[in-house]
Design a protein around this ligand. Structure first.
Ligand SMILES: Cc1cc2nc3c(=O)[nH]c(=O)nc-3n(C[C@H](O)[C@H](O)[C@H](O)COP(=O)(O)OP(=O)(O)OC[C@H]3O[C@@H](n4cnc5c(N)ncnc54)[C@H](O)[C@@H]3O)c2cc1C
Length: 382
């Protein structure tokens, strides 16, 4: 006999964990299904660190980040656990990008500072930029303790009475009529009023016929040591900011974090990677170019760090929509009971609590707290 839920959330990465928590919090009887074990490292949400920042190239992201800050503050207080560390963000870019971001932040009354590239070294002695660059300092930038967020949202979901089944892949779903959806998994059958797919790169398996093409990639997540033992402290959370660096002429975008994952080694990664294979697995080894380019960036701009050889290279899956913005809402206007939350690419961890709240509110038929219409999948409908 099939079991009935108000909502089934598919995928227990950070999007699904936040979404399930908010559904249950709104009083919806919720089942969260994960194909692997909880906390696995085969998707996009593993590891110890991510960046949180107000600064974004599009203003629509700012209120979502604001909602995440509010939720994390509440959770920290409730759980007595530190979930992030406010270090400040340095956004360095060539061209006029910094001025445009500064405009969005000003519109939302977010405190920040703009400084010439040549003055960045005075603020952060680890870095060296010339007059082609401009810096933006977002004091609310910081490190997210990613693995702690993931387990915090899952724990809170369970303590509200939510159910999680790990190692239970969803195989198929079919809408019965306008009121329910049949769901088949490896272990059985369920019915639900709403189904929310938060399946990361696996979105390509469930919706092959939508009007948008998604090509997930594998990123080489590189970690780098200090050149000198005496400079090691400059890479820790007390000294190293979170960093976004965009060389717009070279079309290169890097992000960097202090040594949160591996003591003594910063994380610095190029925002580009290799195509995943047909079964969505990583290549055995990423193209050397995705290691060499971050190394060259380090040699040019972070002289205290050794860019000649990474300390370690991990892998992480990246899923982008065609316009590089999230998907939040019904997958199409014809399927109001089938929602998606995805395409977080390199920025979705920080906004996942806000996205989760919005998806749960949609599932409950409520107005969303944050306006997420900019991210509606309907933008791709013809
Ligand atoms: C290298 C790297 C650096 C990043 N840096 C930042 C950063 O600094 N700041 C930031 O905010 N964001 C960052 N991100 C982005 C962020 O990590 C992702 O946007 C986010 O983790 C996406 O989470 P998700 O839940 O959508 O996907 P996933 O974490 O991949 O979760 C999807 C889940 O769905 C499950 N699933 C799939 N199919 C099924 C099925 N059939 N049945 C059941 N379960 C299924 C999968 O097993 C998986 O657990 C970064 C990402 C990468 C890769």
């Amino acid at each position: 006999m099939s079991k009935h839920y108000d909502v089934i959330v598919v995928g227990a990465g950070i999007f699904g964990s936040c979404t399930a928590y908010h559904c249950q919090r709104l009083g919806l009887r919720t089942l969260l299904l994960e194909q692997f074990n909880l906390g696995h490292s085969n998707g996009s949400s593993h590891g110890k660190s991510r960046i949180i920042r107000y600064a974004h190239t599009e203003p629509e992201y700012v209120p979502l980040v604001g909602d995440s800050y509010t939720q994390i503050e509440e959770l920290e207080e409730k759980r007595g656990e530190k979930l992030w560390n406010k270090l400040g963000l340095l956004w360095a870019a060539t061209g006029n990008q910094v001025q445009s971001i500064s405009g969005h932040l000003t519109k939302h009354n977010i405190e920040h500072e703009v400084i010439p590239g040549t003055k960045i070294t005075e603020r952060y002695p680890q870095f060296k930029f010339d007059e082609k660059w401009t810096g933006l300092i977002d004091p609310m930038g910081g490190v997210i303790y990613a693995n702690k967020w993931l387990s915090a949202f899952q724990d809170e979901f369970k303590s509200l009475g939510g159910t999680i089944h790990e190692n239970e892949p969803v195989i198929s779903h079919a809408e019965n009529d306008n009121t329910s959806v049949n769901v088949t998994t490896k272990n059985g059958h369920y019915t639900t009023k709403k189904i929310i797919f938060t399946v990361g790169c696996w979105i390509t398996k469930f919706f092959p016929n939508v009007n948008f093409e998604i090509k997930p990639i594998s990123l080489a997540v590189c970690y780098w040591n200090a050149k000198e033992e005496s400079d090691k402290h400059l890479l820790d959370e007390k000294h190293f900011p979170v960093v976004i660096a965009k060389n717009l002429e070279k079309k290169e975008y890097y992000f960097a974090l202090p040594d949160t994952d591996y003591p003594g080694a910063i994380k610095l990664v190029l925002d580009d990677g290799d195509a995943l294979s047909g079964d969505l697995s990583h290549p055995e080894k990423n193209n050397q170019d995705f290691v060499d380019r971050p190394g060259n960036f380090i040699s040019e701009h972070i002289p205290v760090v050794d860019g000649t050889k990474p300390y370690k290279v991990d892998q992480c899956k990246y899923t982008n929509s065609p316009d590089h913005h999230y998907l939040i809402g019904p997958v199409s206007s014809k399927t109001p009971n089938v929602l998606v939350g995805g395409c977080g690419s390199g920025s979705g961890f920080k906004t996942a609590p806000g996205i989760g709240r919005a998806l749960a509110e949609m599932a409950a038929g409520k107005q969303t707290t944050v306006d997420v219409s900019f991210f509606s999948p309907s933008r791709f409908e013809k």
